[in-house]
Write a protein that binds this ligand. Structure first.
Ligand code: NI
Length: 137
């Protein structure tokens, strides 16, 4: 790890109050700790958005059970991308809702593209991709 460098940041009073509340709620020991983590998160996400290195991810989808067309489209996109899709888990949440968790592995940018295609289908209520590095670092 490199040396710690101090820098000062100018910020509106209102924004700082909100940030301090965030630090308390997330139980950060200090503002610096919170800022460091936010910077790391942001830079990691940004790198992943265009990155070609391999990551693993889960895509969670909640959708309308009463749309046969949507089920067909979900299956079609998954079959089109079978090379990157490791597994899928389906749960019938209620009479009207289905939950699907899709496990993916491949280049970060590819996984984001697949997730965007699936999340964008009509009848999807919620879609969230979580990625983790697929190798130790
Ligand atoms: Ni279902």
């Amino acid at each position: 790890m490199s040396d710690i460098v101090r820098f000062s940041v100018s910020v509106e009073g209102d924004l700082l109050k909100k940030f301090d509340r965030y630090c308390r709620e997330e139980q950060f020991a200090t503002r610096s700790e919170a800022v460091r983590q936010l910077i790391r998160d942001k830079l990691t996400r940004r790198a992943w958005a265009t990155d070609t290195h391999e990551v693993a991810g889960t895509l969670t989808l909640v959708y309308d059970h009463h749309r046969p067309q949507l089920r067909d489209q979900l299956l079609e996109v998954q079959h089109d991308n079978n090379r990157w899709i490791v597994a899928a888990l389906h749960a019938h949440l209620t009479l009207d809702l289905c939950l699907e968790v899709i496990v993916l592995r491949g280049p970060a940018a590819t996984l984001q593209e697949i997730a965007a295609r699936l999340k964008g289908l009509k009848g999807i209520f919620k879609g969230e991709l979580v990625m983790a590095s697929a190798h130790e670092e």
